[in-house]
Design a protein around this ligand. Sequence first.
Ligand code: MG
Length: 303
Amino acid sequence: MSDPSLYEIHDPRFRSLIIANAALEELHSGCRWAEGPVWFDDAQQLLWSDIPNQRMLRWVPDGPVTVFRQPSNFANGHSRDRQGRLISCEHGTRRVTRTEPDGSITVLADSFNGKRLNSPNDVVVHSDGSIWFSDPTYGILSNYEGYKAVPEQAERSIYRLDPATGALSAVASDFIQPNGLAFSPDETKLYVADSGINPDGTAPAHIRVYDVDGARLINSAVFCRLDEGRPDGFRFDDSGNLWTSGGHAVHCFAPDGRLLGKIRIPQAVSNLTFGGPRRNRLFITATQSLYSVFVTATGVQRP
Ligand code: MG
């Protein structure tokens, strides 16, 4: 029997993706707002952001959690490029950076059309080397997760950074607040969460999907809508199921957009990633804590 307080089965297919007797583990607590988990398969470590505390933390299987970087410039989402280098979104400096093997920092993007970015939030890297990131205003709304400022950009966009030229292009802007993003396993589609709230208090609470047409996105559509909370960060397993944050749960959607099930989490979930030596462990950042749970699904292979 699966634990009904941990697993919600909305479609029988979900039973084959979870391990009924696998428990939720709290690996660390004491953050103010945990976000941006990124797994390093080569180092068998997880890095994530504790945004208001201006730090990035590092978890390893057999050691204490340590501070990886502080101050972090209010870093939020992270990813790795094809060479395994860390790519980071920073609210405080309103930029996207790359950490080189020697530890030095290279700025990849901090402006568009001569104006500062809002506050890059989350980032993914295509296998062609292009870097795609979201630029909502969360990091400049207050001094809690960055530095309060008036947005300079007219829109809140998804940007694509060309690997050859370094040129930045806005590829989508049909959002209130674009947030997490991920490519489908075959990279033919890009999915983007809209975590914004309308002026009347309603929220789309949906994840959009686009066809990737070279350097462009076409055919914008709604992939799924959450019935609880709003989506922030998400990842795909290698069967094309989408695992997303939303309220106090991880929601799993089938490739056809149907809700398969949820994993209940004690705190509001911000983001997640697959990791561990077999990529069958979900690492979940949720408000103050880092959680994990083993599943039968395995994450899309990345460096
Ligand atoms: Mg986010």
